[in-house]
Design a protein around this ligand. Structure first.
Ligand code: SAH
Length: 394
C-alpha cells in the first residue's frame, strides 16, 4: 500500500526506528504539495526507504504513527488494534465483569493509537479524537467497536469538541454517532457512579484513579477523611465503603459537588457521614482545623506545558505543605499530580520540600501511578502522566 510520502531529513529516522510514535515537523525534508491535514501518509528515510504509516497534522507533531509495517489502514487494521486492546482489558478482568462496567479501552499512544481515547461505560463507548486523522476515521472506528463487542456495546458517543485543534475548523459536534441512551450509571468495582459524558470533564469520569481508590478504601476505616478536588466524589464513595468515620468532599465547582452528592446517594442513601463543600481548595486548607487523619489531594494538572513547570511545582509544594502541616499525627495523605510536564522525581521533590518545611517526620508508604488500562508505551515515556504518593505523617 502506498500513501503520499513524507521524507525525513538525514539522521532524523532514529527515533522512528526506536518506535517513537510521533514525527516532529522539524524532522521533515519534503512532503507532497497537496497534502491535507488528517491524510494518511507513508514516512520514509532520506533514501526513500519505508519507515511507518500515520496521520499527518499541521503543528509541531506532524505525524502520529499508526503502524511501522507497510500496511493499509482499513477495517482489518482497526479490528486488529481494537481487539488487541479489548483482549488486554479482558485479561485484567476489567472488561466482561458485572462488578466493573467502566474502563479505558484505548489509551492513545499506550495502545499504539496516538490521538484516540475510548472509555467504556456499560454498553456505551465515549470516543475522543485528539488528532484530525482520528476524527476522519471516527465512523469506521465506531463500526468496528460495535462489531468486536458482538452485541454487548450499543452506543458510541463522540466527544471531540474540545480536543481537536480549532484551527482545523472541523467543527465536530458532540453526540451519539451510534445508538443513543440515557442510562449513565456505570459500576466501578461494585460501586455505582453517575457518568455525565455530555457535560463532564474528559469523557465524564476519571477512570484513571480506580486502583488508587481501591487502595484508599483499605486504609479508610475509622478515619476522618478529606477528599480535596473531589470532582465526581470517587475517592469519597470508596472511603465510605471502607468504613470511614466521616468524609468531607471539597471542589471549587458547584457542579462537581452536585455530582459527588449524587454518587454518595446512589451508593449509601442512608449515610449521614458525608458532607460536600463548594470551595477553593487552598482556602479550605488554610482555614481548616486539624481534624482530618486521611487527606486526598488530587488537583487538576497544574502544568499543561513545560513553561508552566516552575509555577506548577510551587503549587504542588504549597498544597502539600499545608496538608502535611495540618494533618493529625499518624495521618495519611494520598497526594497526586496528573501533569504530564511534571515527572515522578520532580513531584517527589515537591512533596519532599513540603515535608521539610513543616519539620514533621514523613514516610512514603506507597508510590502510585496510572492503572493498566492506561498503559505507557515504553517507546513513548511522555505517556506517563499520573503519579502519586501515599505518605504517613508523624
Ligand atoms: N479526584 C477526582 C478528579 C479530580 S479533577 C476523581 O477521582 O475523579 C480536579 C478537580 O479539581 C475538578 O473537579 C475541579 O473542579 C477541581 N478544582 C480545580 N481547581 C480547584 C481549586 N482551586 N479548589 C478546589 N477544587 C478545584
Amino acid at each position: 500500500m502506498t500513501y503520499p510520502e513524507i521524507k525525513l531529513r538525514r539522521g532524523k529516522s532514529d527515533s522512528v526506528k526506536r518506535f517513537h510514535p510521533w514525527i516532529f515537523s522539524g524532522a521533515i525534508q519534503s512532503l507532497p504539495d497537496n497534502l491535507k491535514e488528517g491524510d494518511l501518509v507513508s514516512v520514509t528515510d532520506e533514501n526513500g526507504d519505508f519507515l511507518a504509516v500515520g496521520f499527518y497534522q499541521i503543528g509541531s507533531i506532524a505525524v502520529r504513527i499508526l503502524s511501522f509495517q507497510n500496511e493499509e489502514i482499513n477495517t482489518v487494521f482497526w479490528k486488529r488494534k481494537l481487539e488487541a486492546a479489548l483482549d488486554v482489558r479482558r485479561k485484567l478482568q476489567l472488561a466482561e465483569n458485572a462488578q466493573n462496567t467502566t474502563y479505558r479501552l484505548v489509551h492513545g499512544e499506550g495502545d499504539t493509537l496516538p490521538g484516540l481515547i475510548i472509555d467504556i461505560y456499560n454498553d456505551t463507548a465515549v470516543m475522543q479524537a485528539h488528532a484530525v486523522g482520528m476524527h476522519y476515521a471516527r465512523e469506521i472506528i465506531a463500526d468496528v467497536l460495535i462489531d468486536i463487542y458482538g452485541g454487548e456495546l450499543k452506543n458510541v458517543y463522540y466527544k471531540s469538541e474540545g480536543t481537536l485543534p480549532y484551527k482545523a475548523a472541523l467543527n465536530p459536534q458532540d453526540g451519539f454517532i451510534r445508538g443513543g441512551t440515557d442510562v449513565n450509571v456505570a459500576i466501578e468495582y461494585g460501586l455505582k457512579f453517575h457518568i455525565d459524558w455530555t457535560k463532564g470533564q474528559k469523557t465524564g469520569f476519571f477512570i484513571d484513579q480506580r486502583e488508587n481508590r481501591l487502595l484508599l478504601e483499605k486504609m479508610a476505616k475509622d478515619r476522618k477523611v478529606l477528599n480535596m478536588f473531589c470532582y465526581t466524589g470517587g475517592f469519597s464513595v470508596y472511603a465510605l465503603r471502607g468504613g470511614a468515620q466521616l468524609v468531607h468532599s471539597v471542589d471549587s465547582s458547584a457542579k462537581a459537588i452536585d455530582l459527588t452528592r449524587e454518587n454518595v446517594e446512589l451508593n449509601f442513601p442512608e449515610t449521614d457521614k458525608h458532607e460536600a463543600f463548594a470551595e477553593d481548595a487552598f482556602r479550605y486548607l488554610e482555614k481548616m482545623a486539624g481534624e482530618y487523619d486521611l487527606i486526598i489531594l488530587d488537583p487538576p494538572a497544574f502544568a499543561k506545558h513545560k513553561d508552566a513547570l516552575r509555577n506548577a511545582i510551587k503549587g504542588y509544594t504549597r498544597l502539600n505543605e499545608t496538608a502535611i502541616r495540618k494533618i493529625k499525627k499518624g495521618g495519611i495523605i494520598f497526594t497526586f499530580s496528573c501533569s504530564q510536564a511534571v515527572n515522578k522525581d520532580q513531584f517527589r521533590l515537591a512533596v519532599f520540600t513540603a515535608a521539610a518545611r513543616t519539620g514533621r517526620n514523613v514516610r512514603i508508604l506507597h508510590q502510585l501511578h496510572q492503572p493498566a488500562d492506561h498503559p505507557i508505551n515504553i517507546y513513548h515515556p511522555e505517556g506517563e502522566y499520573l503519579k502519586g504518593l501515599v505518605i504517613q505523617v508523624e
